[in-house]
Design a protein around this ligand. Structure first.
Ligand SMILES: NC(=O)c1ccc[n+]([C@@H]2O[C@H](COP(=O)([O-])OP(=O)(O)OC[C@H]3O[C@@H](n4cnc5c(N)ncnc54)[C@H](OP(=O)(O)O)[C@@H]3O)[C@@H](O)[C@H]2O)c1
Length: 258
């Protein structure tokens, strides 16, 4: 495959699995990281050991100028950059009652504004007659609102709207689609016990696997009729009513104090 895919937040966890999966399909992977350079180097070593190829880019996605520099620099990438998987995300706890200018702005910058910049940059890089795609990784809470993790939640709703707006604004050169995962990995202040319970609180009563996010990312890259689609990959968890974050609901059952 003579195309590069930029995977943001690719050093570990979900991004690493996506990077490894797409590398195994023959894509050259541009592994983006911010603080996890050593993990990114380990991930790249694992990819090359499996016969894949890639390189690492480092950027704070909360820094407007740094994002502009990164996407401009990627114009010289070989093989050419054609796809972006927008996996990186800031996930910190606040509420409507205690959010600050900084907590709100930082979530909006990292989780939404940066992919707008990267997408328009990719649109500029792709020559006439060629096409590419963007895949945003959102959250299944866009289909089942709760107000926990407030700034994160609002930024993911913004990202959901941005996914559809970009699907219109960047066509026909770029297709833009999204994935809305349910709980997959232990995050934030979650205990092991809470994670074990909450990851099965869905109609399947089984965990949502990270490899299914990677599989869906490949599907979105390769399925040319998909544009402006957001696919929930959450074992149906969004369909169960709940006015709290799934980890908070599990905490209530376990009588944990956050
Ligand atoms: N985990 C879940 O169960 C779950 C559930 C629903 C949705 N999601 C979504 O799925 C995606 C992957 O989840 P995850 O839990 O694997 O993600 P994560 O570990 O919380 O974050 C992924 C990466 O984002 C990068 N990042 C954070 N702030 C950044 C910044 N300012 N600049 C650049 N990169 C930054 C970090 O890179 P460095 O380490 O290099 O700094 C981090 O490793 C996210 O979009 C998340 O919102 C996850």
């Amino acid at each position: 495959m003579h195309q590069s895919v930029l995977v943001t937040g690719a050093a570990k966890r979900t991004g690493k699995v996506i990077a490894q999966f797409l590398a195994a399909q023959g894509y050259h992977i541009i592994l983006h990281c911010h603080r996890s350079k050593h993990d990114a180097e380990d991930t790249l070593r694992e990819i090359t050991a499996q016969g894949g190829s890639g390189n690492i880019v480092i950027c704070d996605l909360g820094d407007y100028d740094a994002v502009e520099t990164m996407i401009t620099t990627l114009g010289a990438q070989t093989p050419p950059l054609r796809h972006i998987i927008n996996n990186a995300s800031l996930f910190e706890d606040d509420s409507l009652l205690n959010f600050t200018e900084q907590s709100f702005q930082r979530h909006m910058d990292v989780n939404c504004r940066s992919i707008l910049q990267l997408s328009r940059g990719l649109h500029r890089l792709i020559p006439d007659g060629e096409e590419g795609s963007i895949c945003t990784v959102i959250d299944n809470k866009i289909f089942a609102m709760n107000a926990d993790f407030f700034s994160y939640t609002i930024s993911k709703y913004a990202l959901s709207g941005a996914t559809e707006a970009m699907a219109l604004a960047l066509a026909p050169r770029l297709r833009v689609n999204g994935i809305a995962p349910g709980l997959m990995l232990l995050s934030g202040d979650q205990s092991e016990e809470n994670f074990a319970l909450s990851r099965k609180m869905n109609p399947r009563q089984k965990p949502t696997e990270v490899t299914d996010i990677a599989r869906t990312a490949l599907y979105l890259i390769q399925t040319e009729s998909l544009n402006g689609a957001i696919i929930p990959v959450d074992s149906g968890q969004r369909l169960m009513s709940g006015d709290r974050d799934i980890a908070r609901l599990a905490a209530d059952i376990l009588k944990e104090t956050p």
